[in-house]
Design a protein around this ligand. Structure first.
Ligand code: ZN
Length: 217
């Protein structure tokens, strides 16, 4: 099936650059990666094309286990026999890859969070996105009530940041995460990225707020 659209041509031109540049220059490393991966960290982030963790953290293939979904939500721990893609990836990261750090990274102007903010009062559950975003409906309603005096933009910003913390709380209820935390072999991190200014924030539990991440010296 051929597709000669300008968009596909753009992507394939990128693949050509990869084959001739990055791959050719690192062939040995890529060949060794073919047999196994041992990433040290996992990150839950949004599908949004502007929230690319590999670009932000400048990592190479094999270094970061990336779990992307709409609005970077960790779902509740459920054993209902349904198809849970994010939970499966988290289980593999902790149980299979023994990763030491899980990051949940929110981002500014998230379309999923915006839709959630707009639709929460209507109780809509349309389509897969609507059903998925229901994970955070209660939080959206709480923020709309609690911060009704603030502008919608400010409330959405709160929802983007608070939903990351709520995801961290849900993550702690997964039995394999709970056990790894208890045994001191796993750490959890709440991050927030704004591509507009390129700044990455991390939640500081002491300050109870997000702060720019500490950069290595
Ligand atoms: Zn998003």
């Amino acid at each position: 099936m051929a597709d000669n659209s300008a968009e596909m041509a753009h992507l394939l031109a990128g693949y050509k650059r990869f084959r001739e540049g990055t791959y050719a220059q690192n062939q040995e490393r890529f060949e060794s990666l073919a047999s196994a991966q041992s990433p040290k960290a996992a990150i839950v982030c949004c599908c949004d094309s502007r929230a690319d963790p590999s670009m932000i953290l400048d990592v190479n293939p094999g270094e970061l286990f990336v779990i992307r979904n709409v609005a970077n939500l960790v779902p509740p721990y459920e054993t209902d026999g349904a198809y849970h893609g994010t939970s499966a990836a988290l289980e593999f990261a902790v149980e299979g890859l023994h990763i030491k750090d899980i990051i949940v990274m929110g981002h500014a102007r998230c379309g999923g969070i915006n839709a959630l903010y707009e639709n929460a009062p209507k109780g809509h559950k349309r389509g897969f996105v609507g059903q998925w975003m229901n994970i955070a409906t209660e939080l959206a309603l709480f923020i709309r009530r609690q911060y009704a005096h603030e502008t919608p933009e400010k409330q959405r910003d709160r929802l983007e940041r608070e939903s990351v913390l709520a995801s961290i709380d849900r993550l702690k209820t997964f039995p394999f995460v709970e056990a790894a935390l208890k045994e001191g072999r796993l750490r959890l991190h709440a991050w927030f990225f704004d591509i507009g200014n390129g700044i990455l924030l991390a939640y500081d539990e002491q300050a109870e707020d997000y702060r720019p991440v500490d950069l290595p010296g």
